[in-house]
Write a new protein. Structure first.
Length: 182
C-alpha cells in the first residue's frame, strides 16, 4: 500500500510531499520531496506523477483550505487535515468535511513511529538527507503565554510535517477509505 502526506504552502514557503510504502508494522519513506516556491496549480502539476498509484493522500488543509482541496486531482482519495496548536487528538471537524488534529499530537505520532523502528527511510530515497536535516533541527520553541511551539530551530520543517501526515495516512488507510475517497 502506498500513501503520502502533503504539506501545502503559499509562494513564500515550500510545500513538501512524503511518500510511504506501508506494510504491517513497517513504514518506509520512498521519497521526501520539497517543492519549488510556486503557485498551487504549478505545484499540483509537479506532484501529479507522484500521486499515481497512491492509496491515500493526507494533506494540510489549514492555511490554504478549500481552495487547495478543490485543485487536488480526484484520484488518489485524499483527506484534508487542519492543524491546530496543542495536543488535541485526531477528530472530525464540526462540519465533518475534514479532520482536525493538534500539531504536537501529530508530531508525537511521527516520533512514536520513528522510535519504535516502524518508520525508516529507504537508503536511496530522493530527499533523504533533506528530511534527516529537518528532523535534526525540529525543536520545541518558547512561544507566547508560556506555551511551546514545534518548528524548525532554523530553516524549514515542511518535510517533517509531510512525513507526519504520511504516517497519519498509513494509520487512516483502509480498503473502504480507498474505494470511497474523501
Amino acid at each position: 500500500m502506498l500513501v503520502a502526506g502533503l504539506d501545502l504552502a503559499r509562494r513564500r514557503d515550500h510545500s513538501a510531499l512524503v511518500l510511504l510504502d506501508t506494510e504491517p508494522d513497517r513504514l518506509t519513506v520512498t521519497a521526501a520531496l520539497r517543492l519549488p516556491q510556486a503557485a498551487l496549480r504549478q505545484q499540483f502539476t509537479l506532484i501529479a506523477p507522484h500521486l499515481a498509484g497512491l492509496d491515500l493522500l493526507v494533506f494540510d488543509q489549514s492555511g490554504l483550505g478549500d481552495a487547495a482541496a478543490e485543485l487536488l486531482p480526484k484520484t488518489p482519495p485524499h483527506v484534508g487535515v487542519c492543524l491546530i496548536a496543542g495536543g488535541r487528538p485526531l477528530a472530525r471537524s464540526a462540519q465533518g468535511d475534514r479532520l482536525v488534529v493538534g500539531k504536537s499530537w501529530l508530531i508525537q505520532r511521527l516520533g512514536t513511529a520513528m522510535r519504535s523502528g516502524a518508520l525508516t527511510v529507504a537508503e536511496h530515497a530522493p530527499g533523504r538527507d533533506l528530511l534527516r536535516g529537518e528532523l535534526e533541527r525540529f525543536v520545541f520553541k518558547p512561544g507566547g503565554r508560556g506555551r511551546h511551539r514545534l518548528e524548525a530551530a532554523r530553516g524549514h520543517d515542511d518535510l517533517v510535517i509531510a512525513a507526519a501526515l504520511a504516517v497519519l495516512a498509513a494509520d487512516l488507510w483502509t480498503p473502504s477509505v480507498s474505494r470511497s475517497g474523501s
